[in-house]
Design a protein around this ligand. Structure first.
Ligand code: CU
Length: 365
């Protein structure tokens, strides 16, 4: 009922494509039906506020002049009340506010209740990285550099498709925010929250340049964390890349990781879970680089030192705070319950391949 009033009524005239005010306030990046709702509601409230601002300020100025204190005051007779006026100024604002409430509530429901037939994905937030786990258990293995050291994941999403995200945090409160979607939702530890949206079409001319899916049209949107969560909160970002739905399914299939060797599996785990803090090119990030780390002698904050071997790496993953590498803080969370012994073994095998300090025994690789 309400929607039709907005879609077909007088008000929609102000919301036509390329509306200058809306573009000025929001920019032109908005995508998906939720963004449309938010921009429309915002514009509606804006125009009502603008109207009342002009009326109220106009009358204030007018009456200040008209009823300015005169040299010889004449007492005015004021009526004790005016039923018609009082009814009107109660009922009209009430109606306007009720519409605002329902528009806002509708938008909130739209965000937290996923559209029918939505593709379900898991979102995991942790200091300071996002993960999205696709329906087949796969995760994105693509990353790009943000600034000099930090790497952020690229999440592929199907365009023009309803999506439901089930979200949970490994540590503190985070907030899932894609500004172009015009909505954000808290991601909490110990509790699932849900975020539903129907993605918009791909705008622009960009095409994937390399890889097996070269030539696929795509559009990128930023994903940020909108809840202050510690040191690198401002870098807790990711790219949400919209691609056509059929291509999306193929890309996600190609990530499923079945039949990988331990080294490949370790590399994959590294990309997904560790690359946000550990580089493999020697550059210093939140944590020490893994380049040439395996087999070298590490100095710890308490002045002791030890060799980076299998047992030490395993301990660093499960109990990272036990020995802190000198020059770094206790910023790594334990991966107990997240990475299995198999996963840890795979990571160790991968670390060996990127270290000149690893000396394989005779006849071994
Ligand atoms: Cu965060």
């Amino acid at each position: 009922m309400m929607t039709s009033l907005f879609e077909h009524g007088l008000l929609s005239a102000t919301l036509a494509e390329g509306n200058a005010l809306r573009d000025f306030i929001f920019g032109t990046g908005g995508t998906g039906h939720h963004a449309e709702m938010v921009e429309e509601t915002f514009a509606w409230i804006f125009w009502i506020s603008a109207f009342f601002f002009v009326v109220l300020m106009g009358l204030t100025v007018l009456w200040s002049v008209q009823y300015k204190r005169r040299a010889t005051p004449v007492a005015l007779v004021s009526s004790s009340h005016n039923t018609v006026l009082e009814t009107l100024w109660t009922v009209i604002p009430l109606g306007i506010l009720a519409v605002m409430f329902f528009k806002g509530f509708q938008g909130y429901l739209d965000l937290s209740v996923a559209p029918a037939g939505a593709i379900e994905m898991d979102v995991r937030a942790a200091k300071w990285d996002w993960r999205i786990i696709y329906p087949n258990g796969a995760e994105s293995t693509e990353r790009e550099k943000l600034g000099s050291a930090k790497e952020i994941p690229i999440f592929y999403m199907p365009a023009e498709t309803p999506v439901k995200l089930r979200m949970v945090s490994n540590d503190v409160l985070h907030s899932f925010w894609v500004p172009d979607f015009r909505g954000k939702f808290d991601v909490m530890p110990n509790r699932y929250t849900y975020y539903g949206f129907t993605s918009g079409p791909i705008k622009g001319e960009k095409k994937l340049e390399a890889g097996p899916f070269a030539g696929t049209p795509y559009q990128d949107h930023w994903l940020f964390c909108a809840e202050y969560c510690g040191d690198s909160h401002s870098e807790m970002a990711a790219v949400v890349r919209m691609v056509p739905r059929e291509t999306w399914a193929k890309i996600v299939d190609s990530w499923s990781g079945a039949g990988l060797t331990p080294v490949e599996k370790g590399k994959r785990l590294y990309t997904i879970q560790c690359a946000s803090c550990h580089s493999i090119d020697g550059s210093k990030n939140t944590g020490p680089s893994w380049k040439d780390a395996f087999g070298k002698t590490e100095t710890f904050t308490d002045g002791t030192s030890g060799v980076v071997d299998d047992a030490y790496v395993r301990e660093s993953i499960y109990e990272p705070a036990k020995k802190l590498v000198a020059g770094y803080g206790p910023q790594m969370a334990s991966f107990k319950g997240i990475l299995s012994e198999d996963d840890v073994a795979a990571i160790i095998e991968y670390m060996k391949t990127i270290s000149v300090n690893h000396k394989p025994a005779e006849g071994q690789k």
